[in-house]
Write a protein that binds this ligand. Structure first.
Ligand code: NOJ
Length: 553
């Protein structure tokens, strides 16, 4: 018996069904030629994104920053970092995107600022207990001389979460908390001044016309009262959230903040939206982030983390539709972003090398690229047929693999430094995009400079090469996005079908969708008329690592 999954769609807001393309500005397109992508580079490439067929773009941070964590360390929330351009460049990019019907979401980083933020600099100079220190989380150390950190929390990037300050007279001072790098001190969200400042920052960008915000570390802004000790299990997820009751993740207090922001956004026209980056242990908990009056969307990381396994994938899709549908929110779907191994490599990873470590020259069990790409294309073919909103990460439309051979001297991810090279971290998914096979830096710019080296084999993935090849990943994505739009697949409901234990199979109206995650072909039966195949095959037997959209006569 087919089981019908209802997709709750209380309204027709754009974000319920949108395909949102993540731009990582430093690696997208570089107009200035300094080797780091920029806002004018994005503007110059908007036609390519329009041709791809996405509804919106989300830009990772481009605000003023010392770039200790690639811009997730903001020193001025109301200005553009000179490496990316100016506010005028931002306004131009926004206007040009809107002129093409593309909405624009910007990244908001409210959990922490840069240590170069004026508030943190003031806090360092101010006395313990002062209003300047109360904007962050300063505490006295433990032990006789206060030389032990206030608790045992471990940083996501390795090492502890506390760094000790030095008093103006040179003596050791208080400690401050940072879930991430020491250059990223956490704000104290119990402080009304912090809340008011962020309301003002939201208004600053809303007034400029942005369509919404991706909220960084939306699960970490509030800490458990008293900052109790916590020792994570050995296999904790890198961005957190693998466990219940972590005193710095998923605390109930965060919901007040979202309710406040929801009201603020609702004062503006155009269905402005909040999408939370919340790494949480279960979908049921994740759905609390998108209850009515809170965030509009949240990333579906349980889906992203699901291995290439049919039963697991069927389960996470079902649970996602149930959990999000149960609170009247769309599910989101995502396979890649700037923090994880690109899915065209990740889906072929073996147990030797879990994705949280990154992949580098000395990693064991490097994924097979042919299998990875086939699975990556099949996974996206499946994802773009699901009801809800999907996120794409720049370069996945080219089928880019993870860059696995970056020499150590180029690495920039703080994870690499904080773990003394034990974890390669995220540089491998952040390498600048290839636009044209024959140009310097593959057309990323005209000078050939590139902040991370581009693998030689990326010439074969360049956009101009793929544009000319009907079977390329780029043309697959274009077909998927056009059909999805034409058939309104972002809304509506899903009917499960049975195509065997190795398959994920469902129907969307008269469109059948099947992915083969097993090792033998799956016969689809007669009267099949293919609409899209994730890779070309003849006959009606769906090969392993392949997905198809089809109708039956
Ligand atoms: C999540 C971001 O996606 C990641 O890139 C960053 O390092 C951390 N938050 C800290 O801001």
């Amino acid at each position: 018996m087919a089981q019908v999954e209802q997709f709750a769609a209380p309204g027709s807001e754009w974000w319920r069904t949108a395909v949102i393309y993540q731009i990582y500005p430093r690696s997208f397109a570089d107009a200035s030629g300094d080797g780091i992508g920029d806002l004018p580079g994005i503007t110059a490439r908007l036609d390519d994104l329009h041709a791809l067929g996405v509804d919106a773009i989300w830009l990772s941070p481009f605000m003023t920053s010392p770039q200790k964590d690639a811009g997730y360390d903001v020193a001025d929330y109301r200005d553009v970092d000179p490496i990316f351009g100016t506010l005028a460049d931002f306004d131009e990019m926004l206007a040009q995107a809107h002129a093409r019907g593309i909405r624009v979401i910007v990244d908001l980083v409210p959990n922490h600022s840069s240590d170069q933020h004026v508030w943190f600099q003031q806090a360092l100079k101010a006395a313990p207990g002062s209003p300047e220190r109360a904007r962050y989380i300063f505490r006295d150390g433990r032990g006789e001389n206060g030389d032990l950190p206030p608790n045992n929390w471990e940083s996501v990037f390795g090492g502890g979460q506390w760094t000790r300050t030095t008093n103006p007279d040179g003596t050791p001072g208080q400690w401050y908390l940072h879930i991430f790098d020491p250059t990223q001190p956490d704000f104290d969200w119990t402080n009304e001044e912090v809340r008011e400042e962020f309301r003002s920052i939201l208004r600053f960008w809303l007034d400029r016309g942005v369509d919404g915000f991706r909220v960084d570390v939306a699960h970490g802004m509030v800490k458990a009262e008293g900052l109790p000790d916590y020792t994570p299990p050995i296999e904790a997820d890198s961005m957190g959230g693998g466990e219940e009751n972590v005193p710095y993740w998923g605390q109930d207090g965060v919901h007040d903040i979202y309710r406040d922001w929801h009201k603020l956004l609702a004062e503006y026209d155009g269905d402005r939206a909040l999408c939370g980056e919340a790494w949480l242990p279960t979908l049921a908990k994740t759905a609390l982030w998108v209850r009515p009056g809170e965030m509009h969307q949240t990333f579906n990381f349980p889906y992203l983390m699901t291995a290439w396994d049919a039963e697991a994938l069927r389960g996470v899709i079902r649970d996602s539709l149930d959990a999000f549908g149960g609170v009247g929110a769309p599910s989101t779907w995502v396979l890649s972003n700037h923090d994880v191994v690109r899915h065209a490599s990740r889906l072929a990873l073996t147990a030797d090398n879990p994705q949280g470590e990154g992949i580098g020259p000395l990693s064991p069990g490097k994924p097979d690229q042919t299998i990875g790409l086939a699975r990556g294309r099949a996974a996206t073919t499946l994802m773009l047929a699901l009801p809800g909103s999907s996120y794409l990460y720049q370069g996945e439309e080219l089928g880019l693999p993870e860059a696995m051979e970056i020499p150590d001297e180029f690495r920039q991810d703080p994870t690499w430094f904080r773990t003394n090279g034990e974890r390669y971290g995220r540089d491998g998914c952040r390498v600048p995009l290839p636009w044209s096979a024959e140009a310097p830096a593959y057309g990323f710019n005209t000078t050939g400079a590139s902040w991370l080296p581009q693998p030689a084999e990326w010439a074969g993935f360049a956009r101009d090469v793929e544009e000319a090849d009907a079977e390329s990943t780029l043309n697959l994505y274009k077909r998927l996005l056009a059909e999805r739009r034409e058939r309104g697949l972002g809304g509506g409901s899903l009917v499960w079908e049975d195509a065997g234990s190795d398959a994920v199979a469902f129907r969307r109206g008269d469109l059948h969708v099947v992915a083969n995650l097993g090792e033998t072909p799956i016969e689809l039966g007669g009267n099949v008329s293919f609409v899209i195949q994730s890779q070309r095959f003849s006959g009606t037997a769906l090969p392993p690592n392949t997905a198809a959209w089809f109708t039956r006569a």
